[in-house]
Unconditional design. Structure first.
Length: 346
């Protein structure tokens, strides 16, 4: 009996090791292929190719807004749900679209967007405090997401485009010069703001005073609102706060949408993961809030760990990884086969 128990544990262990290594090997190989298959003209970021891909078809048109997605399964589910609601022209992510400002976390985000989610429209990005390593929190300098590397991947942090006679402005806040985004905003409004049907502005950090539970502060917010006073039909979208809020200040429509995937915070509107689908008509813009419950995140967490920890090694010394994986897989497989043979002979 003891002998059979020992054989059983040995067989089970060998089976589990073999299965785990085979699964890990398959995931790494697939990620390696997907990462190197990212198309050079990917439509994620704030570049000319994204603007050129926009297709104007008049009014009404819709676009999607989601914030603080953090590379989560919840965010993927929200996007999939929104795609079923009808045609959208583009999407804006309001920052914090990765877990931390590591180069390989950003590469994981791009791989997921181009190989798995595959949105059928351009995706514009607002830089958040988790997206760029201003505080040098990433110890390996080769993996730090600096502002320069960020812009090499996604284009300008301060950006604008005109679509269907509406002006869209993306503002990137740099904590080293917190109010510098205002100079960019002022110039873009002066150059393109007059005569537009609607103006939409996207920033990661909300202004203070929206609600007692939203503890954020937009740099230079008084000047920010003064820049908007001469324009009509202005709507500003913010992320950062992991919840939902909407209201007005000085005639400007304000909407906080940071419930894309991070841990939710309390709000008078309730706690729910969400994405906003904005529909723009001739006279006004309306919002539809799309919600889903928090999804099972273990699979995406596992994939991100594998991608960010194993793929850098494979990318630089792939033959070593495949050799070691082959040896371990072969060894555990041989052990399992011996166990099966012992059962037949025993």
């Amino acid at each position: 009996m003891i002998k059979w128990k020992r054989k059983g544990w040995i067989g089970l262990t060998a089976f589990l090791i073999t299965g785990t290594l085979a699964l890990l090997w398959g995931v790494v190989i697939q990620f390696h292929r997907d990462y190197h298959a990212i198309p050079p003209g990917y439509l994620v970021g704030n570049g000319p190719s994204c603007v050129e891909a926009l297709k104007e078809e008049g009014f009404p048109f819709s676009f999607l807004v989601i914030g603080d997605t953090r590379g989560s399964e919840t965010a993927e589910t929200l996007i999939e749900r929104a795609l079923k609601k009808g045609k959208s022209s583009f999407m804006v992510i309001l920052g914090d679209f990765v877990q931390k400002p590591d180069l390989w976390n950003h590469r994981f985000f791009l791989t997921e967007m181009t190989a798995e989610i595959k949105p059928p429209f351009p995706v514009f990005l607002v830089s958040g405090n988790h997206d760029i390593d201003f505080k040098e929190s990433i110890k390996n300098p080769d993996r730090r997401m600096t502002p320069e590397i960020y812009e090499s991947l996604y284009g300008e942090r301060n950006f604008d485009f005109v679509f269907n006679q509406c002006l869209f402005i993306i503002c990137g806040i740099d904590p080293r010069t917190p109010a510098s985004y205002l100079n960019s905003l002022r110039a873009r409004l002066s150059r393109k703001g007059k005569g537009k049907r609607h103006i939409f502005i996207f920033i990661h950090t909300p202004p203070r005073g929206l609600a007692d539970y939203i503890d954020t502060s937009l740099p230079g917010e008084e000047e920010f609102f003064s820049l908007l006073e001469d324009f009509k039909d202005v709507t500003c979208f913010f992320g950062d706060y992991h919840g939902y809020w909407r209201g007005q200040r000085k005639g400007v429509h304000l909407l906080v949408s940071g419930g894309g995937g991070g841990h939710l915070k309390r709000s008078e509107w309730g706690e729910f993961h969400h994405l906003v689908r904005v529909t723009v008509g001739h006279g006004k813009a309306s919002e539809e809030v799309i919600t889903v419950p928090r999804q099972f995140e273990l699979e995406d967490d596992f994939e991100e760990v594998v991608f960010t920890h194993l793929l850098p090694w494979v990318d630089h010394a792939g033959w070593v990884f495949y050799l070691l994986m082959g040896i371990f897989l072969l060894g555990s497989g041989v052990l399992f086969i011996k166990f099966l043979n012992s059962l037949r002979s025993g």
